[in-house]
Design a protein around this ligand. Structure first.
Ligand code: SF4
Length: 329
């Protein structure tokens, strides 16, 4: 048995986390892709940027970010005076990994006439090398404000960039990154599911490849998908994004049914994010108890990254979500 788990046997983890939350004056954030038991004890559940902005608006001394590393970095960028802890420092992201800062800086240098629009799913260092950060719900609004002849680099997600290129007609230079979770959906299995449940709308995240988005009735951010299914008259949906968002859907609309879109083996569980799954109640308890692991962002990087984030907020009237995701054209 794992020594850490063994030491915690007998502890009422939820009660202990609650005690430490008060003692530390901590705010606990949970991304929509976290396990239900973490979502249920968090102070805020949501998309990454909204969580960081909500935490920044509190008087908490500690932010416990149950999500992945780049999200906790955003919290630190917005709240440098707060202690930011991540239950597992190995909770990374395939999109972040696909865009090493030195390679991105070299790519930018090779295209000096291009503006770099960078999806928020990247490291603080890549944000610092970017001109404007975008989210899946703000990218279209930002693109609509850029001159038609402005050359653009879109990084790191080629599927998200491709989606917005098709939707807006912009010719963008796409970085070749991707999310392993959203790439794993199977078109063949999705079509089988659609045949089994005719009439069930498909809601998909734009990190999915085009062969999945082509079958979607709605394409939008995670929050956008949540809003869509709650507002829709339908009682049955096929959801093509990380399946833990379904927990919030079922809580908000218990009379509706949500089916996770399948991966290649027909099992939707293969689309659970392995990085998000690294966070557990045990690790959250230990992080609050020991105030480690802590997120640090050096000040020059933080200031440069914040400038790119602030440009997005200025161009969206401070609204980074909820959502400007719209039904597919
Ligand atoms: S779901 Fe994809 S983009 Fe989100 S944290 Fe996991 S690997 Fe990264």
């Amino acid at each position: 048995m794992n020594a850490i788990v063994e030491n915690l046997i007998g502890l009422d983890l939820r009660a202990e986390i609650d005690r430490l939350r008060k003692e530390r004056n901590a705010v606990i954030l949970a991304h929509y892709y976290q396990a239900p038991e973490i979502q249920d004890l968090a102070d805020f559940v949501g998309d990454s940027l909204d969580l960081s902005r909500k935490a920044a608006a509190t008087d908490a001394d500690v932010i416990a970010f149950c999500g992945v590393r780049f999200m906790a970095e955003v919290a630190k960028i917005l709240s440098p005076e707060k202690t930011v802890i991540l239950p597992d420092m190995d909770a990374g992201c395939s999109l972040e990994d696909s865009c090493p800062p030195d390679q991105f800086a070299a790519f930018r240098a090779a295209h000096p006439d291009h503006l770099a629009l960078t999806y928020i799913n990247c490291s603080a260092a890549v944000k610092a090398h970017s001109d404007i950060i975008v989210t899946s719900s703000s990218a279209e609004t930002i693109l609509s404000q850029l001159p038609a002849d402005q050359k653009i680099i879109f990084a790191p997600d080629r599927h998200l960039g491709g989606y917005f290129a098709r939707k807006t007609g912009r010719d963008m230079l796409l970085w070749e990154g991707s999310c392993i979770v959203h790439e794993a959906f199977s078109e063949t299995e999705l079509l089988k599911l659609k045949a089994e449940y005719p009439g069930a709308p498909v809601a998909a995240h734009p990190e999915c490849p085009v062969h999945i988005l082509d079958h979607a009735d709605y394409v939008g951010s995670t929050r956008g998908i949540l809003d869509y299914v709650l507002a829709s008259d339908s009682d049955l949906f096929i959801i093509a994004t990380e399946p833990h968002i379904i927990h919030q859907m079922e809580k908000a609309a218990p009379h509706k049914t949500f089916i996770g879109a399948p991966g290649a083996d027909g099992n939707c569980n293969c689309n659970a994010c392995p990085y998000m799954a690294m966070n557990t109640l045990e690790k959250l308890y230990l992080a609050l108890r020991d105030l480690t692991p802590q997120i640090e962002v050096d000040e020059p990087t933080r200031v440069a990254a914040k400038r790119s984030l602030d440009r997005m907020l200025e161009m969206t009237g401070g609204v980074s979500g909820p959502d400007v995701g719209r039904p597919k054209l």
